[in-house]
Design a protein around this ligand. Structure first.
Ligand SMILES: [Fe+2]
Ligand SMILES: [Fe+2]
Ligand SMILES: [Zn+2]
Length: 489
């Protein structure tokens, strides 16, 4: 029998010359991506894992077996009921926004498995597609168990099928990044920016908090998923290297665009979870500290390694890192009935911690919480609507998230008229991305435009019930409905 090293490259690297069709007919530019280059240019494409199908199946089977062993031990409703109620909402936020996004990543990987320009790239992408299918199935299975106890967990599957405002923002990002991207944009946006960097926040950083919070199931699930991400993310570097050699401007643009878009997504998903929904005693670091350690250092190294520049918006990004997720959380807390999970009101201890972690900006945020707290004091516990907004808010025409860039003193909103239609953006980078590819984005209607067009109700309760798909049993509340010990008296 041949040894592994004797046959592996023959199986992975199986490109050949075409005799009766042109290369461009087999790999047209639209599905294959730009810059379009002849296969000879991609010939040295390689990645370090060099997995064979047999090895893949054996390893994945072992990983699944160990996830299911943990599930059998600690994955029952009774186990979830022992967890902190605030933490459970970090879980609901994760469960709704990520598993079905991973399903979209199956499609992105399959496109690369067909239109990637080197056979080893296509092989690795085929494994990537199988990975992402696993990343969809595992959380769907684990969360399904919890639906009969808490109907908000039903949003694990339901979320991306609704017109909830967070789902609209999520789809706007995920559809472009994972469903619609060609393999080159997918390799740079997903494999390099999203998977090499940002998934670490959720799958490594938040996993360490899950450990502290005693959520062994979450910890096991995401750390198992991350081992797959680390492997298929290796598709990115060899693609980026070739694109930089032949069209550095495209490479820089794709990195800049996807860093900004990924940042906004994780500022909400991981930012909320780390700085607000994880109980204070279990927080290991602040969201900003995790970003600095896990994203900025790594991103800087990637840029240096490939000779790319920092994105032009770096000063704006560093300012946003100090405050953006705090602004969105405050907005979302005061509109909590518009989402499918519950919110914790930061009390005196949490606010002191946030002040210590965000010394440059917390003075701007604290009065907001003082005001919300005062409203709770006046209403007493159980009266959700007294500390809740009453009219629909506005959204960014690029990221589709709430228009709350900047600080309470200075908002960073930007406007633009394009083909006679007015647009508004949360930030300069969002407007810049729109202007680079207006044909991609101009047709999309945010929630407010849907309301103005008569497609969605303007009354907030009607909007929540009939457009966002929520019911009094599933819409978000304060985790203890204002009954905080520190608030009484
Ligand atoms: Fe994944
Ligand atoms: Fe992935
Ligand atoms: Zn935006």
């Amino acid at each position: 029998m041949l040894k592994r090293d004797e046959w592996l490259d023959l199986a992975r690297k199986l490109d050949w010359d075409y005799s009766y069709v042109d290369e461009k007919e087999i790999f047209p530019e639209v599905p294959s991506g730009r810059p379009w280059l002849p296969q000879a240019v991609w010939r040295d494409w390689d990645e370090p894992y060099r997995t064979s199908y047999t090895e893949y199946v054996t390893n994945q089977h072992a990983k699944d077996a160990s996830v299911y062993a943990v599930r059998d031990a600690v994955g029952r409703v009774e186990d979830a009921q022992k967890l902190d109620p605030s933490w459970l909402n970090a879980l609901k936020l994760h469960a709704a926004t990520l598993p079905l996004a991973e399903f979209a990543a199956v499609v992105g990987n399959l496109r690369a498995a067909r239109f990637g320009r080197d056979s080893a790239w296509r092989t690795t992408a085929a494994f990537g597609a199988l990975d992402e299918f696993r990343h969809t199935q595992i959380p769907l299975l684990l969360m399904h168990e919890l639906v009969r106890w808490d109907a908000q967990f039903d949003w694990t599957h339901r979320f991306f099928h609704t017109n909830n405002w967070v789902a609209i923002a999520g789809r706007h990002l995920i559809d472009e990044l994972l469903l619609a991207a060609n393999p080159i944009e997918f390799a740079i946006g997903t494999n390099i920016v999203f998977e090499t960097g940002f998934t670490n926040l959720q799958f490594v950083g938040l996993s360490s908090m899950a450990h502290a919070a005693g959520d062994k199931m979450f910890e096991k699930m995401v750390s198992s998923i991350q081992t797959d991400e680390a492997r298929h993310a290796q598709i990115g570097p060899p693609v980026l290297k070739v694109v930089i050699e032949h069209d550095p401007a495209v490479a820089q643009y794709l990195v800049d665009k996807w860093f900004w878009r990924s940042w906004l997504f994780f500022a909400v998903v991981t930012g909320f979870a780390m700085d607000y929904l994880t109980p204070l005693a279990h927080r290991t670091q602040s969201f900003r500290e995790f970003m600095e350690e896990w994203i900025l250092d790594q991103f800087q190294r990637t840029l240096d390694e490939f000779g790319l520049r920092k994105p032009w918006y770096w000063p704006q990004f560093l300012s946003a890192l100090e405050i953006y997720h705090h602004m969105v959380y405050a907005s979302a807390y005061t509109y909590r009935a518009t989402v499918w999970f519950n919110f914790a009101l930061p009390g005196p201890d949490e606010r002191a911690w946030l002040r210590a972690k965000y010394p440059r900006t917390w003075d701007l945020m604290d009065p907001i919480w003082e005001r919300v707290t005062e409203r709770w004091r006046q209403s007493g516990p159980g009266v959700e609507w007294y500390s809740h907004g009453a009219t629909p808010v506005t959204f960014c025409d690029l990221c589709q998230l709430v228009l709350c860039g900047g600080t309470p003193l200075y908002n960073t909103a930007q406007t633009l008229a394009y083909e006679g239609r007015p647009y508004i953006f949360c930030s300069e980078p969002c407007r810049w991305i729109f202007q680079r590819e207006p044909e991609r984005y101009a047709g999309h209607k945010d929630v407010v435009k849907r309301i103005l067009a008569g497609e969605a109700p303007a009354n907030l309760l009607e909007l929540v019930r009939h457009y966002f798909g929520l019911t009094p049993g599933t819409w978000g509340r304060d985790v203890v409905s204002g009954a905080y010990p520190w608030l009484a008296g």
